[in-house]
Each structure stands twice: as C-alpha cells, then as structure tokens.
Design a binder for this molecule. Structure first.
Ligand code: SF4
Ligand code: SF4
Length: 344
C-alpha cells in the first residue's frame, strides 16, 4: 500500500470536496474539512480533525484528482477503549444483543443514554440463526441482526423461496477500519471469506456491502458480495407491487460504490413512487459509531438531513443501512428497508 503521506501529494487544494463534507458544512472550519485533514497529515500535525471525521468518504465522490482519502486518514485515526469495546460487541451479535439489553437497564452514563435515545429496548433481539448449508449466504450485518431482526426474517423468508439460504452473523469490519483498526478489519474480512467459501454473500446493510466490495483493494481478499437490492435486481427476481410513495436515502458508502442505483431500481420495479429528497446522499449524521461518541456534531448533521428529507414532502423513507435507519427514524420519519416491503 502506498504511504498516506505520499497520497496527500495528490491533493491540489481545489476545495471541490468541501460542500460534500458534513463536518465542514456544520462547522465551516477547515480543520474539520477533507482538505484540512489531508493537509494536517501532509505536514505531520496531530489534528483534532482526524477524530471529528465521520468516515463517510463522501469527499472522495467529489474529488476530481481522485484523492484516496480513506487510505490517508485511516492510519492516523486513533481508537479508544470505548471504541475497542464497541468493536468487540459488533463482532459478536449475540454479545451485542445481551449488552444492549443490559445497557437499557443501567441507563445512567452519557454514552448509554445516547444509545438508548435511538434504540428501543423492546426491539433488541437475538440474531436469527440457522445451521443449514446454503447455496447463498445471508449476512444481515451486526446492528441489523439485533435491532432490525424483523427485516432479517423477511429477507430470509423471501430469499428462501428461490434459494437454500445460510445465515452468517457478524461484522464486516467497516466499524474497525473507520476507527483506524486495519488489522481488526482484515481479520474479520478473512473470517467472513473463509466461511462464505466463494458463495454469494448478500448483506442487508448497504454500507457493509460497499466495504466488502473493497476487501480486495484493502486486504487482497476476494468475496462475492451483494447489497440486498443489488442481488434482487441482478438475479432478476420477481418483486411484489407496492402502491405507495416513499423517498430514498442514499447511505454514504453505498453511494460511493454506486449501489444506490440498484436500490432505486428495486423500488421502481416494485412500482413505488419516489418523491425525491434534497441531496439524498448527504450524510444522515450516524456515521457508524460517530452518533454515540460525537453527539454534538452528529446532531448538527442530523438537523440538516432532517430538513433535506422534509423537502420530499413524504414521511416514509427507504433506508437500507441500519445506523442510518436509527438516525432517520429519530428525526420523526418512518423507515423501511426494501426487505420490509416484500410481504406487502
Ligand atoms: S470522510 Fe466524510 S467527514 Fe471525513 S473528510 Fe470526508 S466527507 Fe468529511
Ligand atoms: S481532496 Fe480532492 S477535492 Fe478535496 S481539495 Fe484535495 S484535490 Fe480538491
């Protein structure tokens, strides 16, 4: 891998990335901008901006010079005990489920209070499991598996009409890489690729799908991964009709990987009328675990997103990534995964 210092030389300081960056938009401070962060790496400053970055990588989508921002910022991101604990929970959804249930009862620390503001205690579930060998793998994703179990059940039921489906629970490593834990993410990628044994892996979290498509670039690991909507479209699966109007949020990493085309195509194939929101790819404010550890900045971004969604004129939002769903429903909207709409 090319050193992050060397990669900073690609930045021409043009500033085209600035308005895509949620932390710059809410602070108007270069320290919290992609350009400022890249410059801090180049000159060797340990900037506060490294930790305030939401790791949405939307800056990469606007950069005419093709600056590989993630490769620059990942090595300088610092984890913490809290983040390491969080990573351990995400790696093991059963542990995550138990921990969330317990945290709901000791709701007296700021971080816990913050989590329980977004998560309803009665929706925390054990992940859905099966022991069958399958033709395809359903990889729900860590948060999805314990907070949106009903969505997982619907996806499993729908896919099982045409395929033998094996469920693998766990974490793709996106949380780890965004915390600068390259080795932790690499180990999870190896583990998942070994379990998948070359079969198609379908995930319900679009940002996880986007990251899994980069396993080769980051770790040299091949995995045949699909976002759920991408799989439905590419396999030509017949979808039920839904006579209703929704707006669509574009999860940030899925937007970068152009997976949102499949999400739109699936919605259109179902006959859904789409009422456009402003800048559907604008960050929702969740940013992985950012919403827990940077509540002030996260709320500022969420306020902007709330207004952008409001311009769609509808309150039903298709959201195919679990932390985005937690953020957007906290704004007062009703959130639906494509899988939620398959039994209507
Ligand atoms: S990853 Fe997101 S928050 Fe970080 S610099 Fe890029 S656009 Fe800004
Ligand atoms: S990262 Fe790209 S878009 Fe942003 S200032 Fe540098 S060259 Fe311009």
């Amino acid at each position: 891998m090319i050193s992050s210092l060397k990669l900073t030389e690609m930045c021409t300081h043009c500033g085209f990335c600035l308005e895509t960056c949620p932390t710059y938009v809410v602070t108007r401070n270069e320290v919290h901008s992609p350009r400022g962060r890249i410059e801090a790496v180049r000159v060797g400053i340990n900037s506060i901006g490294f930790e305030t970055c939401m790791y949405c990588r939307l800056c990469e989508t606007a950069c005419p010079a093709g600056v590989r921002y993630a490769q620059i910022i990942t090595p300088v991101r610092k984890s913490s005990t809290k983040k390491t604990l969080m990573e351990k929970m995400l790696e093991n959804p059963k542990l995550l489920s138990k921990s969330l249930k317990l945290l709901g009862k000791v709701n007296s620390y700021p971080d816990v209070e913050r989590v329980m503001k977004f998560v309803k205690p009665n929706e925390i579930s054990e992940p859905l499991e099966n022991n069958e060998e399958g033709d395809i793998i359903l990889f729900p994703g860590c948060i999805e598996s314990v907070i949106f179990r009903k969505t997982v059940e619907k996806a499993y039921k729908f896919l099982s009409r045409n395929y033998k489906v094996k469920i693998i629970n766990g974490c793709c490593g996106l949380a780890h890489i965004s915390n600068g834990n390259y080795e932790g993410a690499r180990k999870l990628a190896i583990k998942l690729a070994e379990k998948a044994k070359g079969k198609k892996v379908i995930t319900l979290q679009s940002n996880c799908a986007a990251f899994m498509k980069e396993y080769k670039e980051w770790f040299g690991i091949e995995i045949n991964s699909y976002d759920f909507a991408e799989f439905l479209i590419k396999e030509g699966i017949e979808l039920p009709k839904v006579n209703d109007t929704f707006t669509i949020h574009y999860p940030c990493h899925a937007y970068r990987q152009k997976l949102v085309t499949h999400i739109r195509n699936a919605a259109e194939k179902m006959g859904i009328k789409i009422s456009e929101m402003e800048d559907p790819h604008f960050e929702c404010g969740a940013g992985g675990d950012y919403w827990i550890f940077h509540p002030k900045l996260s709320d500022m971004v969420m306020n902007i997103k709330r207004d952008k969604i409001a311009k769609s004129g509808v309150r039903k939002v298709i959201v195919t990534n679990s932390v985005c769903a937690l953020a957007i429903r906290s704004m007062g909207y009703n959130v639906y995964h494509i899988a939620d709409l398959l039994d209507t």
